[in-house]
Ligand binder design. Structure first.
Ligand code: 9WO
Length: 243
């Protein structure tokens, strides 16, 4: 997977990702990550990339030409026209299924806006996917781009050292993860559940599944609508709902 981030703050992307497991995956060669400085594509005297909004109003709007030229230069260099994701509160809300879909691509471009946004005309020309990471307003698209890169990267084969872990974590079957415990057996008078010390693997799996169902029912009942439930799961859920 090759990530290309178009931004006015390339250091924010490179510093943020170098200090994580994603940084290790880049060094291993499982991923590439580059930040493209939109300012490098300004043709104005003072490398200007924004201007006042037509119609008036507060703040500044990013101009279309540097962003278009940045994308076209990338396309010429790599010989393809990858999907362009614009991070905006006006996009579809990001979820695990979208991460799985994006992980199938060989190249992905993230467009990070700033100020009061980007001139609509260049968005119409190059953006293929409008994505939000949640209903809140930030100062720019860089943090959402990093969130998406993290979620997508861990689905790329070889990025996580544990081959099976990616599919076995939260959202497997659309359920929340069961609780985890490690040493010591007793901490602040609380014991680790006995079943986990029993060595009885079938019983442990059964307990963990029940915990996942219980937790999802309590914390995220909305997820159950699209959950992958066996007949046995449904019976356990019915009992949990009675309690
Ligand atoms: C600010 C503004 C002020 C007056 C009139 C219109 C306005 N629009 C905006 C605006 O949308 N600013 C955005 C700031 C422009 C794109 C980058 N910014 C951003 C991205 N804030 N929050 C996000 C974001 C992206 C993905 N998921 C959650 C939040």
């Amino acid at each position: 997977m090759n990530f290309h981030v178009m931004t006015l703050f390339p250091d924010m992307i490179m510093d943020g990702m170098n200090t994580s497991i994603i940084g290790r995956a880049v060094k291993n060669g499982h991923l590439t990550l580059e930040a493209l400085n939109i300012r490098d594509y300004s043709k104005s005297k003072h490398n200007q990339v924004d201007d006042y909004p037509y119609g008036g109003g507060a703040g500044m709007v990013m101009q279309p030409e540097p962003i278009y030229d940045c994308y076209e230069a990338l396309c010429e260099r790599i010989g393809k026209r990858p999907r362009v994701i614009y991070l905006t509160p006006q996009g579809s809300v990001f979820h695990q299924g979208m991460a799985e879909d994006f992980a199938k691509e060989e190249d992905l471009v993230f467009l990070c806006g700033h100020y009061e946004g980007i001139d609509e005309r260049v968005l119409e020309e190059i953006v293929t996917d409008y994505v939000s990471i949640g209903d809140y307003v930030l100062t720019g698209g860089e943090l959402p781009a990093m969130v998406m890169i993290d979620a997508i990267s861990r689905l790329v084969p070889g990025v996580l050292n544990n081959e099976v872990s990616a599919e076995f974590e939260s959202f497997h079957d659309n359920l929340l993860e069961y609780p985890q415990y490690t040493r010591p057996v007793v901490y602040h008078e609380k014991r680790v559940p006995d079943v986990l010390l029993s060595g009885h693997h079938a019983k442990i799996e059964e307990w963990r599944r029940e915990q996942s169902l219980k937790r999802t029912l309590e914390r995220r009942p909305d997820l159950l609508e699209n959950a992958n439930l066996t007949k046995k799961d449904q019976k356990i859920l019915a009992i949990l709902k009675e309690k």
